[in-house]
Write a protein that binds this ligand. Structure first.
Ligand SMILES: Cc1cc2nc3c(=O)[nH]c(=O)nc-3n(C[C@H](O)[C@H](O)[C@H](O)COP(=O)(O)OP(=O)(O)OC[C@H]3O[C@@H](n4cnc5c(N)ncnc54)[C@H](O)[C@@H]3O)c2cc1C
Length: 338
């Protein structure tokens, strides 16, 4: 029997969706191992926290986890990358796992390299695909991720064990059709307070009120709106999204120009979004941007170049001046009244 651990994560009091997405994917891998090699894989969700809601544990079982482990300490109410990594490691040292999957969230990206460095193993970061393959008779984790500026996709096998990867949220779909209720266990963990990183204070960044995970509609700004001065069109588009209570995003080119912070950036090195409707205003559609929005249900692109690459990925193509559309929307939504 092989063991696969998923580092699951909470935001506030509940587990984030990416946790369930990874558990469900792990179940698919488990089914593959059974059918191709008659090998059993045990899937364990591992949470570092002071507490967990019992409904979240149930959901993790419905998503397919065989076990749910809470690595528990009252001190784990507030995220601290050093303590959380140490806690995970102390559990791992007593409970070896052959594979570990982490969500490629900001916190998952902090924990995974710390854990894998101590375990002296490799980490395939920021994956957008995950399969098991059989190589030399062994069941290997084949992790796929963009490379060479996202021009190519690389599928990487680890030489070391455990085999570890971080996976972008929204890469897989959570599926809550499992019927078997798994085992819940607590792993009490005392952590020595000998870290050189001390959390003095924390504040929640309210800038992004609509987060990309929940936004049903996102309006996204590209360099076609940039006027080099007061950026009136990007600001107008932002005001429209605030008025309509929908998500606002932009391309890295605008982030690099300092228009807004990188938390609004969609794409390979930004966030992934899968809204019902994604409207691209003056965006060319480079592969790095497309990587972050291509799974949106409906994509509308507004570009004044009829040959713009983004049209290849769009359900609706509008060849016109995006600035004029913004002026009109600004007027009609009453955003100017804010
Ligand atoms: C390693 C790496 C990682 C990257 N990661 C990301 C990432 O995560 N996200 C990301 O977005 N980018 C990323 N990039 C940058 C990416 O390669 C592009 O530079 C960027 O996405 C282009 O942004 P853009 O479409 O806004 O600008 P441009 O490519 O300059 O396109 C502007 C578009 O606006 C159109 N336009 C101009 N005027 C108007 C108008 N009046 N009305 C309508 N349309 C108009 C033009 O026809 C053009 O198609 C990355 C690059 C690298 C190398």
């Amino acid at each position: 029997m092989k063991k696969l651990a998923i580092y699951v994560e909470k935001e506030g009091n509940t587990l984030i969706d990416a946790s369930y997405e990874l558990i469900s994917k792990a179940c698919e891998l488990k089914a593959f191992a059974k059918s191709s090699k008659d090998m059993e894989i045990e899937v364990t969700a591992v949470l570092v926290s002071s507490a967990v809601d019992e409904n979240d544990v149930k959901k993790a079982f419905l998503a397919g986890a065989d076990n749910f482990i809470l690595i528990k300490n009252d001190d784990f109410q507030v995220f601290n990358q050093m303590k959380y990594s140490s806690a995970f490691l102390s559990y791992f040292h007593e409970n070896y796992h052959d594979y570990i999957l982490f969500p490629a969230t900001p916190t998952g990206r902090m924990i995974a390299p710390r854990v894998t460095t101590v375990l002296n193993t490799g980490l395939v970061a920021d994956c957008t695909g995950l399969e098991f393959i059989i190589k030399d008779g062994l069941l290997k984790l084949a992790s796929t991720r963009p490379t060479f500026g996202a021009e190519l996709m690389a599928t990487i096998l680890s030489k070391q064990s455990p085999e570890c990867a971080t996976i972008r949220p929204k890469t897989f779909k959570a599926d809550f059709r499992n019927t078997k209720i798994g085992t819940y266990k607590e792993f009490p963990c005392s952590i020595e307070n000998n870290f050189d990183l001390i959390l003095l204070d924390s504040t929640k960044d309210e800038a992004q009120k609509i987060n990309f995970d929940t936004a049903k509609v996102i309006f996204s700004a590209g360099y076609g709106l940039y006027d080099g001065k007061d950026n009136i069109y990007i600001e107008k588009l932002y005001q429209i999204t605030q008025k309509l209570n929908i998500g606002f995003a932009l391309t890295r080119k605008l982030v690099d120009l300092g228009i807004k912070s990188s938390q609004y950036q969609i794409g390979q090195t930004g966030m992934t979004a899968t809204p019902e409707l994604y409207v691209a205003f003056g965006i060319s559609g480079t592969i790095q941007h497309i990587a972050g929005m291509k799974n949106s249900k409906i994509i509308i692109a507004i570009n004044n170049d009829e040959n713009a690459e983004i049209f290849k990925y769009s359900d609706y193509k509008i060849v016109t001046d995006a600035r004029a559309v913004i002026d009109d929307l600004f007027e009609k939504t009453g955003a100017y009244n804010q």
